[in-house]
Design a binder for this molecule. Structure first.
Ligand SMILES: [Fe+2]
Ligand SMILES: [Fe+2]
Length: 372
């Protein structure tokens, strides 16, 4: 690509950077340039020619030393002689590019070198050639172009880096807003419910722990964490007379109460948001039982979505170990006995094992969210 086109592209990028309020750099600082030639005289000549353009040019008469330097220090441009005793310029260039693929390499060829060598060097990644004996004016003109190209590359790399950071920041903000909306939604569900906010927090944490122990990946663990607090959202559709009734519900009232599973699913199922979609599954399945005796569909074992099986266990365990207007809090030991007794009946037996195995962490979560 011609340098003029590069400059136009760079202007566009700078403009976008400004619009996005990105902290783009100009890279007017000196470039790191090295020269490698087995002839010290040639290196002295290069130094002399570079006095004005690269006053800090570093020279190496041993290719191995040059490679050691590249490993430890930044290098932008490398001038390399083709004909060297034990490592020719192409081999050195390949090794150097393996260490730092952003180095721009200019191959210096002698008059006797044939065209095949030039072609090979180009194919292996050299961007330009200089012929010995070096012509001072040509050297400076070519190096000016190479420097421009390098600076363009640095600006573009920086732009990409800044853009990636910007996208990550924007995505994070979006996720944060999504989570806030979910929190508001689960707060709404809790508003009419005698259960407390700390109940949903504990259910969320217990559920995530179970999801992890079960082997669900990190994304699904997050989904379960954010969606499980919505398990009772359907209670917004149940009348206060039933929801807040102090005594036992009669058969009809119980029938209406059970509707909350279906209502919750209906509220959430149309959403494209993965958390709300998972919330719909959880709302619909958190009262199913492993042996098929649950509601609303009487699903059995693996027919019940894993999110539902996880939330069912977390929800019941937390209800048992919490104070409710009609009961005192069970001890962890009593609740664990209940889990054992309900293995394969109410709960997935494998999840019961995992829950009991991780009981120390469960205790920590229980303590942490006790006073909310
Ligand atoms: Fe429920
Ligand atoms: Fe609950």
């Amino acid at each position: 690509m011609k340098l003029r086109s590069w400059n136009t592209i760079l202007k566009v990028f700078k403009h976008i950077g400004k619009k996005l309020k990105m902290d783009t750099k100009d890279f007017t600082t000196p470039l790191y340039v090295i020269a490698v030639d087995d002839e010290p005289f040639n290196l002295e000549l290069l130094k002399a020619l570079s006095l004005k353009i690269y006053p800090d040019i570093l020279t190496f008469d041993d290719p191995k030393e040059a490679l050691v330097h590249i490993k430890k220090h930044p290098v932008d441009i490398m001038l390399v002689d083709y004909m060297m005793p034990y490592m020719n310029g192409i081999v050195l260039m390949k090794e150097a590019h393996l260490i730092n693929s952003n180095i721009l390499t200019i191959m210096i060829t002698a008059a006797g070198d044939n065209e095949e060598i030039k072609l090979l060097a180009l194919n292996e990644g050299a961007i330009d050639f200089l012929k010995k004996p070096l012509n001072a004016a040509e050297y400076r003109a070519r190096m000016k172009n190479v420097s421009k190209l390098k600076r363009s590359q640095l600006i573009l790399d920086d732009f990409n880096h800044q853009l990636e950071k910007e996208v990550a920041r924007a995505t994070q903000a979006l996720i944060q807003r999504e989570k806030e909306a979910l929190k508001v939604l689960s707060n709404t569900a809790e508003y009419k419910d005698p259960e407390t906010a700390s109940h949903v927090s504990r259910v969320a944490h217990y559920s995530r722990l179970l999801a992890k122990a079960y082997g669900l990946d990190r994304h699904e663990q997050e989904v379960v964490f954010n969606a499980s607090p919505l398990h009772d959202i359907g209670k917004v559709g149940i009348s206060d007379a039933i929801l807040l009734k102090p005594g036992k519900l009669d058969e009809d009232e119980m029938k209406e109460m059970k509707e909350h599973a279906h209502i919750g699913m209906k509220i959430l199922e149309t959403s494209e948001n993965p958390f709300l979609k998972a919330g719909a599954i959880i709302a619909h399945t958190h009262h199913e039982k492993y042996d098929g005796s649950g509601y609303p569909r009487g699903l059995k074992a693996e027919e019940i979505h894993i999110y539902g099986r996880i939330t069912a266990l977390a929800d019941v365990f937390d209800a048992l170990t919490s104070v409710r207007p009609y009961k005192k809090a069970w001890s962890f030991e009593e609740a664990m006995d209940y889990l054992q007794e309900q293995r394969g009946k109410h709960f997935d037996p494998y999840l019961c094992n995992l829950f009991i195995k991780n009981i120390d962490e469960i205790r920590i979560i229980h303590k942490q969210f006790k006073s909310l």
